[in-house]
Design a protein around this ligand. Sequence first.
Ligand SMILES: Cc1ncc(C[n+]2csc(CCOP(=O)(O)OP(=O)(O)O)c2C)c(N)n1
Ligand SMILES: [Mg+2]
Length: 442
Amino acid sequence: MVTGRPGPVVLDVPFDVFLESAAEEAPKPEEWSANISSRCGADPEGVVKAVNMLLGAERPCIIVGQGVRYGGASADLLKLAERLKIPVASSASGLGAIDTHHPLALGLVARGGHYQANHATRQADVLLALGVRFDDRTSSSWIPGYSFTIPPTRLIHVDIDPEEIGRNYPVALGLMADVRTFLRQVLAELDRHKDVDKKLDARKKWLAAIDGYRKEWDKFVSPGFSDDTTPINPQRAALEIDKGLPEDAILVSDIGVHHNWLLGYCKPRRPDSLIGSMGFGPMGFGVAGVLGAKFAAPDRPCVSVCGDGAFFMHASVLGTAVEYDLPVVWVVWNNYAYASIRGLQRGYLKGRELATDFHDPKTGERYNPDFAAMARSCGVEGVRVDRAGDLAEAVRKGIAANKPYLIDVDIAADINPAGAGVWELPGLGQSMPSIGTRYQPG
Ligand SMILES: Cc1ncc(C[n+]2csc(CCOP(=O)(O)OP(=O)(O)O)c2C)c(N)n1
Ligand SMILES: [Mg+2]
């Protein structure tokens, strides 16, 4: 589970095994694994090539994925980015690998990605990809010119799983390695170069251009941050939730349109500040996963942001949190719909909707259970918030209560997050970016 490419493992144990005994002592897990390492380094010749490519680049970018979080490689990533002045963009699971407030942090590359991130990675002459797998959302459905333009961009792809290398894009250099070990190899190799700083002067133009893209994006999205309407503007909601979180909080997102808003407008400071399940995308991950986060990190505030649809599917967590005395906070992003799916239906089925809108069949009025009352019936604190200005304080209060706590928030459904990329559903055509156009290499 924790070596190689870490991930969930199924253990199927026949019941009789639990009843039988054996003349063996089970080793303590920490002793068993203490001296097992799968932090393989890259081929040393490949490291030299990678360094030469990075030093020779005019428009270099780094794109990081989940491998940086799992590899504990954040500190070394920051060292490399600062040493070579290379901007760092992230996939959804890489966000926070370096503090998103850092001047070299570009934010999210995706269909719903930030303009400065997509517009930098798609123009890069050399792209260093660290533990990222280039899925359809990160890559704008692999349509060139929105997230990436590979080739002509020369891709250096580093991953611990060799199956990922060359899988979605051709590589100029593919290296199987643990990301942290690779970064340390690169930093050591750089120490052997005397002329690094001279080469970095050439970066100024590139970094200034990126600064311009960032300003354009900030201006483009700024109205949403001050919108005071009720139901709450989702962009404002993401901002206010983020404001209410202390620096060491773990925000566990569920799956749905709320996740896209969180990825766009929260500013995670650590690789595990904002976690979700990007690949499989199971609804319920955030509803129940926050309990797991609290078990794993009992000293950190753990907050779930989950859709109303997913919460109602998994409301049994309320009882579980009480039984195990887990002080977690659920922020129910209550938009009275399976809004992400309803959006697809409206967009692709000529406005036809099927079972995605929650309403009273007689009056047509929006309908949902009273989630706060439901929480209270379980012995969990429950409150309702319907004004943007109250949300950050509600989150702070929920964390301070130090007991299971639910905040039911009235959030608008009919606004979609802006993004510089696109997405294509096979056979149904592709969406349009809301800022910028497709990049055509010169
Ligand atoms: C277990 C599961 N069932 C169905 C889906 C497909 N699906 C993805 S998002 C979504 C709707 C989510 O609605 P809600 O929880 O209210 O979040 P919202 O999109 O409104 O923010 C559905 C049905 C899924 N990802 N997982
Ligand atoms: Mg919903």
